[in-house]
Design a protein around this ligand. Structure first.
Ligand code: FAD
Length: 411
């Protein structure tokens, strides 16, 4: 299976490159220092017409719904019809992710959590009315989203150990629980939170169905923490969500009907997070290569450019090797998505494991290649390294990916 970016794709890349150079790069220090990144996201959305793209997505959805109402049985499942990329060319999504991560991975994380994780969960599972009410404003950044699965005692074992509950109550639910490490939570308007359905019927917690609910920042019983202080991804605010006797109507349950196996929605998002990481990694490694090649040609020691030393060349060659592999995995994912297919769970885990490890290795080596300057903020590689480390933790740790792969190999 081969895939290459077309000339049109390269033109979009150039337009994005211009935006990141002129608009994002000059703001990186400010957003790294705590300025929320959302105005810049709105700028990006306006510049690239994300509203118009959302309009065409919704025009198709509404047409399908009308056809379904008129009795055309083939038109009923609008979410599947849009495919895993929400109807947008997956190559364009990948280029966007690469270009944003190349300049500021934290910005890309916050952008992706709002549109891809929260927006994606709603667009995959929501009813048309839910998509119109919450999905659309997330797709064009009129509102900001967060996706809350992880809890203080439930991370790698998120499904099993989850303690957040939704108790059916009259025509709605009462939510109680706490989420942590949630990207965008401190500022998000729309929060997708996962909870176990607790019918008070004695079902063991580990066996209860898990469903996704939409809560809004101003709903009674919802509160969020201030941004947490962390090692990297400073451009992406991270926080906690608290749900205290938060009573929501039935239309907050994504899909409006409880499923027999209520874990599929969360699994879909994990899968998307794993396969979707390759473009972000490609962008970071590409930036390391650019910075390192320029620096190696420029810096001299003992009267020679450091680019002439084989130990330095080895670092560049390894970065290039990783870039080739990460790019190939990204192309594989794009090609599958275009065919409405997707990687198997083991392939998705192997993709994330390889890409995240390779990216951390490249960013560490980039710091080394730049010597003392690599340790300094203005050369950017230290930000890339701090940000890259998260990729081995978020969306399932390296160890969890290894377990998934081994489970597949040994079944
Ligand atoms: C910056 C940031 C942003 C995030 N954004 C979000 C978000 O938007 N939404 C969200 O829901 N979550 C988010 N997360 C949470 C993230 O997905 C979790 O941190 C991650 O899944 C790991 O869970 P944990 O932190 O509880 O680690 P733990 O599960 O406590 O793991 C601790 C260590 O034990 C290892 N381990 C656990 N179980 C096993 C096992 N069976 N075998 C071997 N080793 C094991 C792990 O690999 C890890 O090394 C974010 C996290 C960070 C840091």
């Amino acid at each position: 299976m081969t895939f290459q970016f077309s000339q049109e794709h390269e033109m979009v890349r150039q337009m994005l490159r211009r935006w990141t150079t002129e608009r994002l790069e000059p703001k990186v220090d400010d957003i790294e220092d705590g300025e929320p990144p959302y105005e810049l996201m709105r700028d990006l959305s306006r510049t690239f017409g994300l509203s118009a793209m959302a309009d065409s997505t919704f025009a198709r959805l509404e047409k399908k719904a009308q056809a379904a109402d008129a009795g055309d049985g083939d038109s009923k499942d609008d979410s599947k019809d849009l495919g895993a990329s929400g109807g947008v060319d997956p190559a364009l999504n990948a280029i966007l992710s690469m270009e944003l991560a190349r300049v500021c991975p934290g910005f890309m994380l916050a952008f992706g959590a709002s549109m891809g994780l929260a927006g994606g969960a709603i667009m995959r599972r929501g009813t048309l009315a839910q998509k119109q009410r919450w999905g659309r404003p997330l797709l064009c950044f009129d509102r900001i989203g967060a996706w809350g699965m992880t809890e203080p005692g439930a991370g790698s074992d998120a499904f099993r150990a989850m303690r957040t509950v939704a108790v059916p109550d009259g025509d709605g639910y009462v939510l109680n629980g706490q989420k942590t490490f949630i990207t965008n939570a401190p500022y998000a308007d729309i929060l997708v939170v996962y909870a176990k359905i607790d019918r008070r019927d004695g079902t063991a917690s580990a066996d209860r169905a898990i469903e996704a609910f939409v809560v809004e920042r101003d709903d009674p019983g919802v509160s969020v923490s201030a941004p947490m202080r962390k090692m990297g991804m400073h451009a992406s605010p991270t926080g906690e969500i608290f749900l205290e006797d938060c009573r929501v109507p039935a239309d907050r349950l994504l899909g409006m009907t409880e499923r027999a196996s209520g874990r599929a929605g969360g699994r879909d998002v994990f899968h998307a997070e794993r396969t979707g990481m390759a473009p972000m990694c490609a962008g970071i490694i590409q930036r390391c290569l650019e910075l390192c090649v320029d620096y190696a040609k420029d810096r001299t020691t003992w009267g020679k450019s450091i680019a002439e030393y084989q130990l330095v060349q080895d670092k560049l060659a390894r970065m290039f090797m990783h870039f080739q592999n990460v790019e190939a995995l990204m192309f594989k994912q794009i090609a599958l998505t275009r065919e409405r297919r997707s990687m198997s769970p083991a392939e998705a885990s192997a993709t994330k494991l390889y890409c995240a490890r390779a990216t951390t290795e490249c960013t560490l080596e980039a710091i080394q290649l730049l010597g003392g300057n690599g340790y300094m903020r203005e050369y950017r590689v230290e930000m890339l390294m701090r940000d890259a480390k998260l990729l081995q933790i978020g969306g399932g740790t390296d160890e969890i990916q290894i377990i998934n792969i081994a489970r597949h190999l040994l079944r």
